[in-house]
Design a protein around this ligand. Structure first.
Ligand code: FES
Ligand code: FES
Length: 167
């Protein structure tokens, strides 16, 4: 029998409160309790980046974090990132550059890329490579992903510059 805990946090700009088992991961909470299935379960061990989310503006692996530790924090998942201005630029660039094949890595990569762009506007290739090195892609060989992120670092190169809210 496991204890339950109450947690309250902000998720994609909306305040949430729920009761979770003490041992539940943030990834399980997002996918199974809150229906936010954009964040993927890959390895479950912090190795693949498929579960990348933003916690207080910093990228973390949701599979490694207990849901109870979200209390009082601000979470942003791919569902929130994708409607931000940067997220729209990234989405368009990933499509235009052909950076999506099976798509399993894409949500985590887009969250990670949004963090890279926020902290390194106009980032060069080496910075982009370092920024996404914890996010694995089995399909693309990374070239098109890096090109897509590089394109998305330049506001005005596609329609993402249209003023949606930012993560
Ligand atoms: S599922 Fe979390 S790092 Fe792989
Ligand atoms: S597109 Fe398939 S894992 Fe990246």
């Amino acid at each position: 029998m496991s204890a339950s805990c109450e947690v309250a946090f902000t998720l994609n700009g909306v305040k949430r409160e729920l009761t979770v088992p003490a041992g539940m991961s943030t990834l399980e909470m997002l996918r199974e309790r809150l229906g936010l299935t954009g964040t993927k379960y890959g390895c479950g061990e912090g190795e693949c980046g498929a579960c990348t989310i933003l916690l207080d503006g910093v990228t973390v692996n949701a599979c490694l974090m207990f849901a109870v530790d979200c209390d009082g924090r601000e979470l942003m998942t791919i569902e929130g990132v994708s409607v931000s201005e940067t997220g729209e630029r990234l989405r368009d660039a990933f499509v235009e550059q052909g950076a999506v094949q099976c798509g399993f890595c894409t949500p985590g990569l887009m969250v990670q890329a949004s963090h890279v762009i926020a902290h390194h506007p106009g980032a060069d290739e080496a910075t982009i490579r370092r920024g996404i090195e914890g996010n694995l892609c089995r399909c693309t060989g990374y070239r098109k992903i890096i090109d897509a992120i590089a394109a998305a670092t330049k506001p005005g190169t596609n329609r993402g510059a249209q003023g949606a809210s930012h993560a």
